[in-house]
Design a protein around this ligand. Structure first.
Ligand code: MG
Length: 250
């Protein structure tokens, strides 16, 4: 069931989303060679708690950290570790959420550590651009398939593939709500989009094949061909005036 939010509820939700965005910005600034993923996670937890919010991911389905930090061939759900040290050239994807006032924000971005290859940079940039293509399609009267199609066509035209096993999602009082928001689709198909929908749109894009597999830790998803992947995410609200990005700083 899709839960529509009132304008007032969207206003309240903005706080959780702003804290999420600020935490992600801080985390991105800390990404550099020599830093462990656990250090970045700690910084995220501290920032969210200092802001009066709760790290949504901590304990969610048993997840042991405040953020998912996924490097290179890791697509999503990387577990921060003390001995996982970021190296120059790494693509570091950070996904986090903050909850406050009964609502949740969810946002992710891929950051470059030190000098990354042209190939990696192009993947990162294309994935981010595709997120904004998806957001542009999130208008009242449109269809869910319009969002997925915008992302898919943007990335596939540039030679990348779209992960299919994982999708974006509705979000609000819960981290994961209906509908699932695939990063692929057919224009004009799927659920009709309406003002009051709040969605986490999150393209996960691979340089190589779309296939992924789960690591033995039962969390981390990696590309089946071990080639790099990138991930960007915003929580947005569909309003009568079109989409607004809630996970923005300031
Ligand atoms: Mg999400």
């Amino acid at each position: 069931m899709i839960v529509l939010k009132s304008e007032r509820e969207i206003e309240v939700m903005k706080t959780a989303c702003r804290i999420s965005a600020e935490a992600l910005k801080k985390a991105g600034e800390a990404v550099r060679p020599g830093v462990s993923t656990a250090q970045i996670d700690e910084l995220i937890r501290e920032f969210i708690e200092k802001s009066g919010a709760t790290p949504t991911f901590l304990g969610y389905n048993g997840f042991p950290a405040s953020a998912c930090i996924s490097i290179n061939n890791e697509v999503i759900h990387g577990i921060p570790e003390n001995d996982r040290i970021i190296r120059s050239g790494d693509l570091v994807s950070i996904d986090l959420g903050a909850s406050i006032n009964g609502f949740t924000g969810d946002t992710a971005a891929t950051f470059a550590a030190g000098d990354i290859s042209e190939e990696a940079k192009r993947l990162k940039d294309t994935t981010e651009e595709s997120l904004y293509e998806g957001i542009k399609a999130a208008v009242p009267g449109g269809r869910l398939g319009d969002i997925g199609h915008a992302i898919q066509s943007y990335c596939e035209k540039r030679g990348y593939s779209v992960v299919r096993e994982f999708t974006g999602h509705g979000i609000g009082t819960n981290l994961h709500e209906d509908p699932a928001v695939p990063n692929y689709g057919t224009p004009g198909r799927g659920v009709r989009l309406a003002a009051g929908m709040t969605l986490a749109i999150e393209p996960m894009i691979n340089i190589g094949k779309a296939d992924v597999r789960k690591m033995p830790n039962d969390w981390t998803i990696v590309t089946a061909d071990d080639k790099p992947s990138a991930h960007f995410e915003h929580t947005i609200a569909i309003t009568s005036n079109g989409p607004i990005i809630l996970t923005k700083c300031g």
